[in-house]
Design a binder for this molecule. Structure first.
Ligand SMILES: Nc1ncnc2c1ncn2[C@@H]1O[C@H](COP(=O)(O)OP(=O)(O)OP(=O)(O)O)[C@@H](O)[C@H]1O
Length: 589
């Protein structure tokens, strides 16, 4: 025997209010939506949808298609049944509604819903549905076709019937509806500010622009850096992207204002633009994108994917155009949003070109774009970190090695990706230890003569795990360099940790420590007059003091981490030097 499902309306309303809709306020949207659809169905464009509200009772009247008594039973009293689907059950294109549940949202704020409706010349019908799941139908009086829905606030829900609240909500949801909507006689609907047709007839481009900027100020609270007009025909989408005038975190996704068929869907839709386009906030209206059942978010489907891509293309095009037509302004834009653009350049050639041509990088020959750098020096030689750059900049410059600081966020990766623009183009990472290959060794005889000094110096440096070498390099004004390559840097960190760790961990850590070959190097510059004088010292204590001082100086100069032992050394050598410099009491006059 076939039986029919029973529906517990209270259970369903509870489901809607706690799990589907984010707030009871959506009841007004659903009522407006039904009135709009009925008006559309009747073809009575221009007929006003009138909301009357007094703080406790709300009525909404339309001159739309209305319902016959049979339809009242079929559509109003059947949950999940909608007149807005075609014979195959697909949502009909011209309507906002499709799910057949919207009217139930009235029960979020009222115990019963009263509908008086008339379809054409058929007799008017009064329907009263109650939250307990029962309804009554009876005859009614109504002068012309259309529908009036009346709700009375359930005790505790009066806030949703307050006149200012209803005006605000009607404006929020229905502000761009194609049919005129009034609340207590006040019109709340109007044309989207970006519509080019009709309304634009007597607007000059300047006025139009001022209107769009004004819209951003009113709705988003900022004066946009620029306004980009959006159009994606396949999604029936038009709208605007406002470029943020302030830096936004790539992680914090901006919310966009999305209208579907000119009814507000969301003030904070997050999946409209590609992630990289975090520098823009949009307001759009689409005739084709679909809502989720709550009507508070966009349904994720392939149309949304292709729309997102098309909107991304529009913003990318805007950027590229700006570079072509107004470089100064593009520089301003990059000043605000370089992080996002650089993040994008990591996987987008167009953006990579933009950064290459327009973003000034720090180099040891002054600020310049990568494109300029390449034009002047060919190979893009770069350091991977800012610390490396600080160590290398002066030495590299003295050796005619122009060098880019790749240490800022994304810069090294961007430089490494440059060959994607042009296979001929070469980039090379410079490590501090690479410099060693450019240092000249001393004549064997000279080296031999300095051996006793070097041995003494090495003994002094052994406790610090570093090798002392003597080389000749430019600039002569730089007496010493502390060179750590990547592996050696790791080792020295390990050592520093081990010094602080307790015995058990020290044992574990020392298993990682490799002997000698990767030790950092203290490179003394034999071209430095000071170093030459130091090399002539014979008194072991003085040699030690001089070498320790040079070591401390090199650590500070290269922004190397200072371990406790290093700090003690700095202190000791500073005092030692003072002690040497200041005459002893016997010598004082
Ligand atoms: N003002 C109205 N004028 C004429 N018919 C109406 C009106 N309001 C509701 N209806 C009828 O009641 C049906 C159910 O309305 P309901 O709001 O529950 O669902 P829907 O609008 O079809 O879809 P959705 O759940 O997406 O809003 C509608 O399909 C429509 O036939």
């Amino acid at each position: 025997m076939n039986r029919t499902f029973q529906v517990d309306l209270r259970g369903i309303v509870d489901l809607l209010s706690h799990h589907l809709y984010s707030s009871p306020r959506v009841y007004l949207r659903e009522l407006m939506q039904n009135a709009v659809d009925a008006t559309t169905a009747a073809g009575t464009d221009g007929a006003t949808i009138a909301v009357e509200v007094d703080g406790r009772t709300l009525t909404i009247s339309d001159s739309g298609i209305g319902l016959t008594e049979a339809q009242v039973h079929e559509f109003l009293a059947t949950i999940g049944r909608s007149a807005k689907r075609d014979d195959l059950g697909f949502a009909r294109h011209e309507f906002l509604g499709q799910f057949g549940i919207g009217l139930l949202s009235a029960f979020l704020v009222a115990d019963d819903v009263r509908v008086v409706t008339r379809c054409g010349d058929a007799p008017a019908v009064a329907w009263v549905g109650r939250a307990d799941g029962t309804y009554t139908v009876g005859p009614a009086q109504r002068a012309s076709a259309g529908t009036t829905v009346t709700l009375t606030a359930r005790p505790g829900c009066e806030q949703w019937f307050a006149v200012p609240t209803v005006i605000e909500l009607a404006r929020l949801y229905g502000g761009l509806l194609p049919h005129p909507v009034t609340v207590n006689g006040e019109t709340v609907s109007g044309e989207p500010p970006w519509r080019a047709d009709g309304a634009d007839g007597d607007r000059t481009p300047g006025q139009r622009r001022a209107d769009l900027v004004g819209y951003a100020q009113d709705t988003f609270g900022f004066t946009p850096f620029d306004v980009v007009e959006l159009s994606v025909p396949e999604a029936g989408l038009t709208g605007l992207a406002f470029v943020l005038p302030f830096a936004a975190s790539p992680a914090a996704r901006a919310g966009h204002r999305v209208y579907l068929k000119r009814m507000l869907l969301s003030e904070s839709a997050t999946d409209l633009l590609p992630d990289w386009a975090f520098f823009a906030r949009c307001v759009v209206d689409s005739g084709e994108l679909r809502p989720t059942a709550s009507r508070e978010a966009l349904h994720a489907d392939s149309l949304l994917d292709s729309t997102r891509e098309a909107l991304g293309d529009a913003l990318r095009g805007w950027l590229v155009d700006l570079g072509r037509t107004d470089p100064a302004r593009l520089n301003q834009f990059l000043g605000i949003h370089h992080l996002g653009v650089k993040a994008l350049a990591l996987h987008d050639d167009e953006m990579l070109r933009l950064v290459d041509q327009w973003w000034p990088m720090e180099t040891n020959v002054g600020q310049m774009t990568l494109a300029d750098f390449r034009a002047r020096y060919g190979t893009v030689r770069y350091s991977a970190t800012t610390d490396d750059f600080r160590q290398l900049a002066a030495v590299a410059a003295a050796q005619n090695l122009p060098l880019v600081n790749g240490g800022y966020t994304y810069d090294a990766e961007i430089i490494e990706r440059l060959p994607a623009l042009d296979a001929e183009l070469t980039v090379a990472r410079l490590e501090p230890s690479d410099l060693a290959t450019r240092f000249e060794a001393l004549e064997p005889a000279a080296e031999l003569a300095l051996r006793p000094f070097l041995l003494a110096a090495q003994r002094g440096m052994d406790p610090f795990g570093c090798d002392v070498v003597l080389r000749a390099f430019e600039p002569a004004s730089l007496p010493v360099l502390f060179l750590v390559d990547r592996a050696a840097a790791f080792q020295s960190e390990l050592r520093a940790t081990r010094e602080r760790a307790d015995e058990l961990w020290a044992g574990v850590l020392s298993a990682f420590e490799k002997p000698a070959e990767d030790r950092p190097q203290l490179v003394l510059n034999h071209r430095s007059p000071l170093v030459r004088r130091i090399c002539r010292l014979t008194e072991p204590d003085l040699v030690r003091l001089a070498v320790e001082s040079l070591y401390g100086q090199a650590l500070l100069l290269g922004y190397h981490p200072i371990r406790p032992a290093d700090a003690a050394l700095l202190n000791r050598s500073f005092l030692g030097l003072l002690d040497q410099a200041v005459p002893t009491t016997e010598d004082l006059p």
